[in-house]
Write a protein that binds this ligand. Structure first.
Ligand code: PLP
Length: 413
């Protein structure tokens, strides 16, 4: 591509402004890398853990050790990391169904959960939580984040089996919750109602901080392996981490109450999961820097972004608000054009399963739909917000920004 001087200057200035914040991200990545390396050493990971298995997968050491490894990293008693969990939505769904029973009530304290969870919660005749007589209430977020007073009030006036916290922004114009905000909420829940289970949707949050929610009074977290924890290498899968008593229930829900995690084979082998987990702290750091660079550049151009520049996001997303639908569409198309895979494809808005409005997506990824790779999406409703996330390399994000700026300047004529 031809480099326009104005665009190069804009990027150089943005990077200068971010220098100190980028150093902080480097420190975070070093800390998390060390945590991951220690876990690999403690579990004496070797080639034998990578071998594939078939059939029932009894004594599958690759599967069992992968679970132990993540439990160690997240500071939990137990974990399930499995290619048999098809996605983040599946991991979250099976956790909710494992822990909630007929007559129980769930409380979301971070407003509406992520779009694909709506259909799991609300009655629709498809075997949702509501179809199983599981009640749902929510406390909306306020300007400053969690509404602690209302959460307290709700807990005092209702018998709540499970409190749900969405860490990432999802498709909302807000910042992700920080681990310290999550800790404050979890501490509050436990002080009022010690038996209530605190669960967190950890998608996009892994390794964006020094500790995970499970090290801060959260009982159980779930997420996807084609986001942060897969490091861009894991080909599929999901995970659930937490207290043994809860994880055992999730295991029985994943397979069957008689077999739990004693079974489950994976013929392709587990190397990609181990290698992805090992790379994840660095890849997440690239994604954080990428989100911060998008934020800085688009703020400098006069757009509203979240997080504001120089703030290290608590997920790997940068949200940018555009004035028109066409601008949002052009932005997504420029990201697609800058992708290593399917750069020749022009994305169009479509009715994605699990989402309310039409969505346009850029997903030129090696692993289909992997959003730890540089990808972007925009639900086409007002205000026209595009969400850009991931990046296997920081350099790729920088090039993608150049494509976006070029597309914008061409439109201006
Ligand atoms: C991606 C995501 C999910 C769902 O994960 P999938 O792997 O897409 O099914 C749930 N919650 C949040 C916050 C997410 O970002």
């Amino acid at each position: 591509m031809e480099l326009n001087r104005e665009i190069v200057n804009l990027l150089t200035n943005a990077e200068d402004k971010l220098r100190d914040a980028f150093k902080e991200v480097d420190n975070l990545a070093l800390f998390n890398q060390s945590k991951v390396l220690d876990a690999f050493r403690d579990n004496a990971i070797g080639q034998r853990h990578f071998a594939g298995t078939n059939g029932y997968g009894y004594d599958d050491i690759g599967r069992d050790t992968l679970c132990k490894l993540l439990a160690r990293i997240f500071g939990t008693e137990s974990a399930i990391v499995s290619p048999l969990i098809v996605s983040g939505t599946h991991a979250l769904s099976l956790t909710l169904f494992a822990l909630l029973k007929h007559g129980d009530k769930m409380l979301s304290i971070s407003g509406a959960p992520y779009d694909t969870l709506q259909t799991i919660i609300k009655g629709n005749g498809n075997g949702s939580l509501a179809d199983n007589d599981i009640d749902y209430i929510q406390v909306d977020l306020i300007e400053s984040g969690l509404d602690y007073a209302k959460i307290e009030d709700t807990l005092r006036n209702n018998k709540i089996k499970l409190v749900f916290i969405g860490r990432s922004r999802g498709y909302e114009w807000r910042n992700a919750l920080t681990v310290s905000q999550i800790k404050k909420a979890a501490d509050l829940v436990k002080s009022i109602s010690p038996d209530t289970i605190v669960m967190c949707d950890n998608c996009y949050g892994e390794f964006t901080d020094y500790t995970e929610p499970t090290q801060n009074n959260v009982d159980i977290v779930a997420g996807s392996l084609i986001k942060n924890l897969g490091g861009g290498i894991a080909p599929t899968g999901g995970y659930v981490c937490g207290k043994s008593e809860l994880i055992d229930k999730v295991a029985c829900r994943l397979t069957a109450p008689s077999i739990g995690m004693e079974v489950g084979s994976y013929a392709s082998g587990y190397r990609t999961f181990y290698q992805g987990l090992f790379c994840a702290p660095h890849v997440v750091a690239c994604a954080l820097k990428s989100a911060m660079l998008f934020s800085q550049v688009f703020t400098d151009l006069g757009y509203s972004t979240l997080p504001e520049p120089s703030i290290i996001p608590s997920d790997i997303i940068c949200s940018i608000q555009f004035e028109t639908k066409d601008q949002a569409i052009d932005f997504i198309r420029a990201v697609q054009k800058a992708s290593p895979i399917d750069s020749n494809v022009v994305p169009f808005p479509w009715d994605m399963p699990g989402y309310d409005s039409q969505v346009i997506m850029a997903a030129g990824t090696f692993v289909a739909g992997a959003s730890i790779e540089l990808s972007a999406d925009s639900p086409l409703t007002k205000p026209y917000t595009a969400y850009i996330q991931g990046a296997l390399t920081y350099e790729h994000a920088k090039l993608a920004i150049m494509y976006c700026l070029e597309s914008l300047s061409n439109k201006k004529g």
